[in-house]
Design a binder for this molecule. Structure first.
Ligand code: UT7
Length: 332
């Protein structure tokens, strides 16, 4: 068999130490602890202090992933983020430099909450194309920075954090080898979740709200359930797997009700869901690697488990991949 598959060999996580629980938010916003918990499944989220940026979090998660993989170097780094430190340049080169890996290939991928799956696919392509033998994929987002501090419809939902994996070249049939990918987008729905100002089209706005994220929550919710279900089915079909063969479903942690609705449509029992949104909130591109780390540490994800990962985010974007969990322990 040709040796050009991407194999997961290390997993790192990093969360900012400051925890903001629902009670704290209920004291300053027109909301309640119960509303947030019952509508989203979120009890608390980690918020980066003003001195900690997306690059800082990515470097910490990356260091942990290298330790988990037992290696010092990679040939390339793909950073999934929607909150780069600057609009220009990309943040990935600064992450590589912060890891002591200046000189390697480094690029940002922005697919918002689907970013990690898109970045995994990019990394798998670098390996399959024999461009790199080892690639780090980091999902890092300081999404709280995009939320209007007075907006009760977004502040309770988003949290900050970073997760990273190391992929190496290997065989398609070994544990940790990524199976097929399924990736999609629908730009005609870009307005459903958007930061209108601050980009090159509209550098600044007199309306300060336009510099923060606006979200049509219910519409996003409906698209998320439909697309995650569809993508999970498609990727399994491509992998020649049935839903009965899926041991764990690691979906993007946006809302526990989205995960439950998707699992129900797929006919997956809730015992197969990996859920960590309760203490992280929606961490955008960091959501899936952070859920993988929690799932491993809690013993929910075990070596040999067939793990289905499905993400959905603004753009709209969505996608899935599947792998058999290798003997990898997360590092923090
Ligand atoms: O990562 C991918 C991107 N994001 C998502 O996937 C998010 C997807 N959407 C969601 O998770 C849900 O739509 C939300 C959690 C954002 C909202 O839940 P919902 O069940 O769709 O609520 P809703 O927007 O329909 O609002 C229901 C009610 C409204 O009041 P009325 O009109 O019924 O009187 C809202 O004004 O809840 C009100 N509301 C709140 N009440 C208390 C909205 N936000 C809050 C709040 N606290 N924080």
């Amino acid at each position: 068999m040709t040796k050009h598959s991407a194999v997961l060999t290390g997993l790192g996580a990093w969360l900012p130490p400051r925890v903001v629980d629902n009670d704290e938010l209920a004291r300053r916003l027109d909301t309640s602890e119960e509303w947030i918990r019952t509508r989203t499944g979120i009890r608390a989220r980690h918020i980066a202090d003003p001195e900690t940026s997306t690059v800082d979090m990515a470097v910490r998660a990356g260091e942990n992933a290298l330790r988990s993989a037992g290696c010092d170097v990679v040939d390339a780094l793909v950073l999934a983020t929607t909150t780069p430190d600057q609009l220009c340049p990309a943040s990935a080169p600064q992450v590589a430099s912060g890891l002591g890996l200046s000189g390697i290939a480094a690029v940002d991928v922005n697919a918002v909450c689907s970013g990690f799956v898109y970045a995994l696919a990019t990394a798998a392509g670098l390996i399959a194309g024999e461009i790199a033998d080892r690639v780090m994929v980091v999902g890092s987002d300081a999404f709280s920075r995009l939320c209007d501090p007075d907006d009760r419809t977004t502040v309770p939902i988003f949290g900050d954090g970073a997760g990273a994996v190391v992929l190496r070249v290997g065989l398609a049939d070994e544990p940790g080898a990524f199976g097929p990918f399924d990736l999609h987008s629908e730009g005609e729905h870009a307005d459903l979740l958007m930061v209108p100002a601050g980009g090159a089209k509209q550098r600044t706005s007199d309306d300060p709200h336009e510099h923060f994220v606006t979200m049509h929550g219910t519409a996003v919710f409906r698209h998320a359930c439909a697309r995650m279900t569809e993508s999970a089915r498609t990727v399994l079909d491509r992998a020649g797997m049935s839903l009965g063969e899926v041991d764990r479903f690691v979906g993007h942690q946006a809302n526990i009700r989205i995960l439950q609705a998707t699992a129900k449509r797929l006919g997956l029992g809730e015992e197969r869901l990996v859920v960590n949104i309760g203490h992280t909130g929606n961490t955008s591109a960091a959501s899936i690697p952070l859920a993988l780390a929690d799932g491993c540490e809690e013993g929910s994800i075990q070596p040999g488990h067939r793990v289905l990962m499905t993400a959905f985010g603004a753009g709209l974007t969505w996608g899935s991949t599947v792998l058999t969990w290798p003997d990898v322990k997360p590092a923090r």
